[in-house]
Design a binder for this molecule. Structure first.
Ligand SMILES: Cc1cc2nc3c(=O)[nH]c(=O)nc-3n(C[C@H](O)[C@H](O)[C@H](O)COP(=O)(O)OP(=O)(O)OC[C@H]3O[C@@H](n4cnc5c(N)ncnc54)[C@H](O)[C@@H]3O)c2cc1C
Length: 380
């Protein structure tokens, strides 16, 4: 089994790091302070092939593998988890169902501009009363001739306030649970579709998150993804699984940022006449952080490689997500402790990593749900 990055992956990592440090890092302070995503990044990332990095180059993607996508996730999250979150939706759930199952017309009208960053996408599954139990969504899709009428509300939708379109999960018949759910493309100016609220969040502030309302929103039946009703869950299953592996990279990126900030602070901060990094307890904390980050990164690459080789990794994807998101919490807690009182002040970046990383045990499947997946996939 190979443990090192290939030459191509290593070069991609260097190029991505140069890009994020030069073009993303300078945007973070303002984006976070104003809770506004720097919109030009969509097109810029699209031009570079980073926005939808695993799609073929012929359609504007980066033609890269899963390992490289995890590297991209790590490097972006090392700089800013909020900005990363908004961008990662685009390469994942906002486009993948169309890429894999959409009609040629949807591909040309929605997917191609989305891959280039000309159209911003969102993915809307979660509802005010339905989160983890996603098969119980209440948003209805009612067939009316050659149209569907969507009726319902969605919440916590990343990119909701800035999207040009949303891929919306709705049920044809709630009693069918997962088998009643289809995905529909709803464009921004469709009558009946409104962003009712932009949500004020604790962290990941530069990713704009909102509530969406579908009030008898009438869309052409051809906006349904796939040609049969009730296939929505199947259509997102593999993308959700793939996203969990990417979460390993996302968690590693925030952990790496917290580690670097803590090491710097440990060298700068002097107490009892010497830098606190010279106290053995601080060195132990930093050593633990470095070790855990190495395990997070290696494990992410391992599962990403298995995925690239075509193995079924439903269990491993949940393990990566669970392990990395939970280990990140330990790292962030230690990083805050090393920073003492200054860690609690807004002027040091560690508080942002702590606020941002706290989300990671909740989104794209809570830690509890991933325990359940691992148990089910392990046969108990
Ligand atoms: C910032 C942010 C961005 C998001 N972006 C999107 C997006 O773009 N699109 C989208 O559709 N959704 C999005 N979400 C929603 C996210 O996926 C959900 O928050 C997540 O699925 C959990 O759902 P919930 O918050 O309703 O929690 P709940 O499902 O209500 O869970 C509450 C608690 O109960 C636990 N729990 C629930 N069921 C079980 C069980 N069976 N066994 C044990 N414990 C259980 C959970 O683990 C959790 O600890 C986002 C959320 C946030 C906060």
């Amino acid at each position: 089994m190979k443990f090192e990055l290939t030459e191509e992956q290593r070069m991609a990592k260097e190029a991505i790091r140069r890009f994020v440090e030069k073009e993303v890092a300078p945007l973070v302070e303002e984006a976070e302070a104003e809770a506004k995503f720097p919109l030009h990044l969509f097109r810029r990332m699209g031009n570079l092939g980073y926005l939808c990095v695993r799609y073929p180059e012929e359609i504007g993607g980066g033609g890269a593998d899963k390992v490289t996508e995890c590297i991209l996730a790590e490097e972006l999250n090392r700089i800013c988890a909020g900005i990363a979150a908004a961008l990662m939706v685009q390469g994942g759930l906002a486009t993948a169902p169309i890429y894999h199952f959409g009609s040629q017309e949807l591909k040309e009208r929605i997917l191609l501009p989305a891959v280039k960053g000309e159209k911003i996408g969102a993915f809307a599954l979660t509802e005010p009363d339905v989160g983890s139990d996603a098969a119980s969504i209440k948003t209805r899709a009612i067939k009316d001739g050659d149209h569907y009428i969507l009726r319902g509300a969605k919440t916590f939708i990343t990119n909701g306030p800035i999207c040009h379109y949303a891929v919306v999960a709705a049920t044809i018949d709630p009693s069918l649970k997962a088998e009643g759910i289809s995905l529909f493309v709803v464009e921004k100016d469709t009558p009946g579709f409104t962003v009712t609220r932009k949500l004020d969040k604790v962290g990941n502030r530069s990713a704009e998150t909102g509530e969406l309302l579908f009030d008898d929103c009438r869309i052409p039946a051809t906006n349904m993804i796939g040609d049969k009703e009730g296939k929505g869950f199947e259509q997102i299953r593999d993308t959700l699984m793939s996203g969990r592996i990417t979460y390993g990279g996302r968690s590693t990126g925030v952990a790496q940022a917290a580690y670097e900030a803590s090491l710097k602070y440990g060298k700068d901060r002097v107490q009892f006449g010497r830098p606190i990094v010279e106290f053995q307890v601080t060195r132990f904390k930093l050593a633990q952080m470095a070790m855990k980050i190495d395990v997070m990164r290696s494990y992410t690459y391992r599962v990403a490689r298995l995925f690239d080789e075509g193995h079924r990794v439903m269990k491993e994807a949940s393990m990566v997500k669970l392990f990395c998101a939970e280990t990140l919490q330990e790292i962030l807690s230690q990083a805050m402790q090393i920073h003492g009182g200054y860690g609690y002040m807004m002027e040091y970046p560690i508080q942002r990593y702590w606020r941002d990383g706290r989300l990671f045990t909740v989104t794209e499947g809570t830690s509890e749900i991933h325990h359940l997946v691992i148990a089910r996939e392990s046969g108990f």
